[in-house]
Design a protein around this ligand. Structure first.
Ligand SMILES: Cc1cc2nc3c(=O)[nH]c(=O)nc-3n(C[C@H](O)[C@H](O)[C@H](O)COP(=O)(O)O)c2cc1C
Length: 205
């Protein structure tokens, strides 16, 4: 049982990382393995809509960790996306990284894996960024795991994150819920529903 967590903040060990680490520690207490991937602090190219991924089964661009993250997600049971809030949205790096990751991955590598999102902010804009992250799951047949509040942590430094007692609890409950659902799936012999061929109409009919 494994969960891949992706830190979409340019700051490697900042507030988003601290939130993800709180989740990672709780997953570990639940005997679920995990790995945190950092998108890096160098410019990340966004999706250029080249469509080469439809033939390659992976993103054409290989200057960053997008395809490496895809390989790790393929072997995992769950994915947790994290981002700092920049102007009430996810960071530019997170947007570029997650657009290419979720557009290029074949359906069978994502479908019915659990997803959850975490955002860190100093003061406001968390809800819009949180909604933005959850969109990546809900277009790829990934059940979204929730907690007892929207998954947000407040602070401008890791020390401040730990002062957000309610935020810390939200992330710990989220980890417990994801671990429970993953264990349920592993214990079950209910067959996975057959995938339907995708209907694709550009609002023409
Ligand atoms: C360019 C930029 C824009 C930001 N915009 C917001 C914002 O809209 N709302 C907010 O509360 N904090 C905002 N912040 C603060 C960060 O979201 C906050 O400090 C966050 O916890 C940092 O996470 P990190 O350490 O993982 O990068 C912004 C920070 C930067 C650098």
């Amino acid at each position: 049982m494994k969960v891949v967590l992706i830190n979409g903040s340019p700051r490697k060990r900042g507030c988003t990382y601290t939130g993800l680490k709180i989740i990672q520690d709780r997953l570990s207490e639940n005997q679920v393995d995990s790995e945190i991937i950092h998108v890096g602090n160098k410019p990340i190219i966004g999706c250029t809509a080249c469509q080469k991924c439809t033939k390659l089964g992976k993103c054409f661009y290989s200057d960053d960790l997008v395809n490496e993250a895809a390989d790790k997600i393929r072997e995992a049971d769950g994915v947790i996306l994290g981002s700092a809030v920049h102007y009430a949205s996810i960071t530019g790096a997170a947007s570029s990284f997650f657009d290419r990751l979720f557009y290029s991955m074949p359906s069978e590598d994502l479908r019915l894996k659990f997803g959850a999102s975490v955002v860190s902010c100093r003061r406001a804009g968390a809800s819009t960024a949180f909604d933005q992250l959850n969109k990546y799951f809900t277009i790829r047949q990934m059940p979204v795991v929730s907690s007892n509040y929207w998954n947000q942590i407040h602070g401008n430094s890791p020390a401040e994150v730990y002062q957000d007692v309610e935020g810390v609890q939200t992330l710990e409950v989220l980890a417990d819920n994801m671990a429970y659902l993953i264990k349920c799936c592993h214990a079950s012999n209910v067959p996975v529903p057959q995938e339907e061929p995708k209907a694709f109409t550009n609002f023409i009919r």
